[in-house]
Design a protein around this ligand. Structure first.
Ligand SMILES: Nc1ncnc2c1ncn2[C@@H]1O[C@H](COP(=O)(O)OP(=O)(O)OP(=O)(O)O)[C@@H](O)[C@H]1O
Ligand SMILES: [Mg+2]
Length: 240
């Protein structure tokens, strides 16, 4: 079976010359929950932008066995959906309902199916009573949940989430944890919150200065306090 994602000797340099990723090699099996951890500026978000082809670097990336390149992007984007670091990059319609409906409508679902998808998804993220609200009027935590809903409503095979726990209060973070744990899709989650990562991910990939430092079972990496400290991270409560 094809890997959910695979990167081969992938490097990326921003136009200003910043080398954000150097020679990344990794693959993720389907149906796994993987945390991408590392300090600020490590390259986590860059990696999550590169995988679905939002930025183009050197080396090769495959999503579900399909080479990420211009001619395949439409297909790729039907397989993998990304929840961006900044929720406002994801919310652009007049109402929350429209934003969450956007993906399913593009997938060609009927209006009834779309309505059901949107209602179910908004319920899952705790925003059922906000469907008619303008997304830019939501609170920061509500925007985060809304952005996650726009991705979940598409029911993609692979989901990347960049700091999905940002701005969430403890109850909503717990709800998000439970929600992500119930999903059977492949999840790749970038986060600086080690407690959150430790709850969700079976595997952790530690990135720093654009390189993969460690890639192993979450527990094995996170219990290594000297490794964690060396890269500006803390051992989560669960493993102390
Ligand atoms: N648009 C850009 N132009 C130039 N450099 C950038 C750009 N975006 C990010 N960088 C740089 O690339 C490197 C990796 O950034 P990236 O956003 O991937 O880090 P990150 O691991 O997601 O960090 P954080 O935890 O703060 O979100 C950093 O040195 C950053 O300054
Ligand atoms: Mg980031």
């Amino acid at each position: 079976m094809e890997k959910a994602i695979a990167l081969k000797n992938f490097s990326y340099q921003y136009p200003d010359g910043t080398k954000a990723l150097s020679n990344i090699n990794l693959s993720v099996e389907h149906h796994r929950r993987v945390a991408l951890i590392g300090p600020n500026g490590a390259g986590k978000s860059t990696l999550l932008l590169a995988v679905p082809g939002f930025i183009k670097g050197d080396g090769q990336i495959f999503v579900d066995g399909i080479h990420v390149r211009k001619k395949n992007l439409k297909k790729i984007r039907s397989i993998i959906a990304s929840c961006f670091e900044n929720p406002e990059d994801q919310l652009f319609m007049p109402t929350l309902f429209d934003d969450v409906a956007f993906g399913p409508l593009n997938l060609g679902l009927s209006p009834e199916q779309v309505k059901k998808r949107v209602e179910d998804t908004l319920k899952k993220v705790g925003l059922s009573n906000m469907a008619d609200k303008a997304p830019h009027h939501l609170s920061a935590g509500q925007k985060r949940a809304a952005a996650i809903a726009t991705v979940l409503s598409m029911e993609p095979k692979i989901i990347t989430l960049d700091e999905p726990d940002g701005n969430l209060d403890p109850r909503n973070r717990k709800n998000l944890t439970n929600l992500l744990m119930e999903l059977t899709q492949t999840l790749i989650i970038a986060t600086c919150n080690m407690d959150f990562a430790a709850e969700i991910a079976q595997r952790a990939i530690l990135v720093d200065k654009g390189q993969i430092i460690a890639d192993d079972d979450t527990e094995k990496i996170m219990k290594n306090s000297s490794l964690m400290n060396e890269h500006g991270l803390e051992v989560p409560k669960k493993f102390i």
